[in-house]
Design a protein around this ligand. Structure first.
Ligand code: PBG
Length: 337
């Protein structure tokens, strides 16, 4: 090798990687606590929060401990939550009657949070899975395998009205029935909830990454199968096929036309191409949901000492934002500085 060997090039992109200060000046994407929505699990009762074994660091909260969590979240700059209820098995039914109760756990939690912290944005999940005995997001037909679309939408619409009445800022239908956004928008407007926004789970995939969530809200089978591996419900009759991307765009466009205010893609980390594609096809803000399985995989590897938790966490969120998400639902929301 010649001494003082010099390439005859003008472009040296590494100039912009010379120091931390320069790197920061050039950084395109930032993740702020105010970009994040914290999904929270809630349960009945008074005795504090309990741990969710498959989601280390996450708890099922009582309404009381939820209020404490909200206070801590606001202090950290996290100003939005999305509560998900663990419903008592006696309250579950084939027609999900509890879902439309004004006094459901979810609606009591929403009302309590909005009363105490009006500045906290509350995203109400609109789907029947916590309330059905079988764990599906809708009403089953006689065959027991197919969800009846329009009857399910009727119940979802009533559920959305109750959540709006409880004070939710967003109703967020996560059920993937056809026509639900239009039906909910009409009902909200008819009942003078013109200011309640709709965050549509437009591109929600039939993903295997939801396993820990189904444990957390009790919509999973009670015991593991023979292999010791849990078997989760098949929702391919309504959620999107993970092998496809164009139907995500179709769903997003339909939801925009029907009156959605925000379009969601879910899961997030393995669906960055979908986030980017949907972002390019609508002018609405995009939300992405970093789901339970994504969280638990990172936590599990970190607990084994195989990855650096803080760095992988931050990178996972930055990449979701870089792909085009304006806001992210993430169980890591409280840990981002
Ligand atoms: C169902 C719902 C699911 C999640 C949120 N709402 C899962 C499912 O389809 O069973 C998953 C969230 C997560 O995994 O973190 N309405």
């Amino acid at each position: 090798m010649e001494e003082n060997f010099k390439l005859d090039i003008k472009a040296r992109p590494r100039r912009l990687r010379k120091s931390g200060a320069i790197l920061d000046l050039c950084q395109e994407t930032h993740v702020l606590p105010s970009d994040l929505i914290l999904p929270v699990f809630i349960k009945e009762g008074k005795n504090g929060a309990d741990k969710i074994p498959s989601m280390p660091g996450q708890f099922r909260h009582t309404v009381e401990s939820l209020l404490k969590l909200c206070e801590a979240a606001l202090r950290k700059g996290v100003r939005a939550i999305a509560p998900f209820p663990l419903v008592d098995p006696q309250k579950k039914s084939l027609r999900a009657d509890e879902a439309v109760s004004e006094k459901s756990l979810a609606n009591r939690a929403i009302a309590a949070v909005k009363k105490r912290f009006p500045e906290m944005a509350v995203v109400a999940d609109i789907a029947l899975d916590p309330y059905t005995t079988h764990g599906h997001d809708g009403i089953l037909d006689k065959s027991g395998t197919w969800i009846i679309n329009d009857e399910t939408v009727e119940i979802l619409t009533a559920m959305a009205l109750m959540a709006a009445r409880a004070g939710a800022d967003f109703v967020a239908p996560s059920d993937m029935m056809d026509g639900r956004i239009g039906a909910i928008r009409d009902a909200l407007d008819d009942c003078d909830f013109t200011e309640t926004a709709i965050m549509a789970y437009s591109a929600k995939y039939a993903s295997a990454y939801y396993g820990p969530f189904r444990d957390a809200i009790g919509s999973a089978p009670k015991s593991p199968g023979k292999s010791g591996q849990r078997k989760y419900l098949d929702k391919k009759g309504y959620q999107l096929n993970p092998y496809n991307s164009r139907e995500a765009v179709r769903e997003a466009l339909l939801d925009e036309e029907e009156g959605a205010d925000v379009i969601m893609v879910k899961p997030a980390g393995s669906y960055l191409d979908i986030i980017s594609k949907v972002k390019d096809s609508t002018v609405l803000p995009i939300a992405a949901y970093q789901v339970s399985g994504e969280y638990s995989m990172i936590m599990a590897a970190a607990l084994k000492g195989w990855i650096d938790l803080e760095r992988v966490r931050n990178e996972s969120l930055a990449c979701i934002k870089r792909a085009g998400a304006d806001m992210i639902l993430t169980y890591f929301a409280m840990d981002v500085k």
